[in-house]
Design a protein around this ligand. Sequence first.
Ligand SMILES: NC(=O)c1ccc[n+]([C@@H]2O[C@H](COP(=O)([O-])OP(=O)(O)OC[C@H]3O[C@@H](n4cnc5c(N)ncnc54)[C@H](OP(=O)(O)O)[C@@H]3O)[C@@H](O)[C@H]2O)c1
Length: 271
Amino acid sequence: MAAKEPQSQSKTKTSAQESRPSRPRLRGKVALVTGGSRGIGFAIARTLAAEGCSVVITGRDGATLAKSAAELRRLLPRRPNAHHDNGAKIVAEVCDVRDPNSVASLFAMVKQRFGRLDVLVNNAGIAQPAVAIEQTSLDIWRDAIDTNLTGLFLCTRAALPLMQAGATIINNLSVAARAVFPNFAAYNASKHGALGFTLSLRDELIPRGIRVVALMPGATATDLWQQFWPDAPRERMVDVESVAQAVLYAVLLPPNANLSEVVLTPTGGAL
Ligand SMILES: NC(=O)c1ccc[n+]([C@@H]2O[C@H](COP(=O)([O-])OP(=O)(O)OC[C@H]3O[C@@H](n4cnc5c(N)ncnc54)[C@H](OP(=O)(O)O)[C@@H]3O)[C@@H](O)[C@H]2O)c1
């Protein structure tokens, strides 16, 4: 006869248990989420980990990364009646996507630890203060371009040798990759450039069977808004879970299909 569960566990499920699917669909796969320590990236990492995927998360702040990794480890699906996980791993690695050396050591670690990469989520990104062109300093410009565009290029270039047919690259762009917002020229330029890079990459990788997804969320409730509109109404924005679910849907498609452009916008009207 099976041992009786302690009352507290049998009656109330933890939120981690509730978000675990009954049959993990990404068992044995390896994903890397840049900027996976917070916001949209963390929600994507959580969704992939709950499906049994090994996940590497990166960011610049080591303390936040370590805390987020500990939370993800609690989510890894466990075999029934076993006290160990299914072999999936959560790895936190400090990396600044603007720095080619930092990116090179991140992917050297992935190669050494896993030898492959099935899902790359290029998510790390920043906004900018709302300023007219004349007030846009070279630092504001360089920060946006180096993080949102050059970082995406550096990570993709370093990841490709580890990726095989059937793999997926998700580039988290923004609706700002197509629409423009006055006083956000640096952000707009970085995201328009990133869309150009993404579309070129998509066509280049079709013969190799690697899918490329241009993810274009509208306003999403994260800390990003602190950078230019701290009081923005988060309740009217897309929630990070919805973005993560769209990513999961794209990753789980059969190899002969691609959701090449994903646009998610709030339904509550303009902010
Ligand atoms: N929130 C929105 O409304 C929205 C809408 C459309 C698209 N997006 C895009 O979604 C992505 C994630 O944004 P979010 O809203 O989730 O922002 P967030 O909550 O501020 O998170 C940003 C993440 O990126 C990391 N990051 C920033 N600069 C980095 C760098 N140089 N190297 C490595 N990691 C870096 C951050 O960690 P550290 O600070 O520790 O480095 C953090 O993990 C961005 O590309 C953003 O443009 C956001």
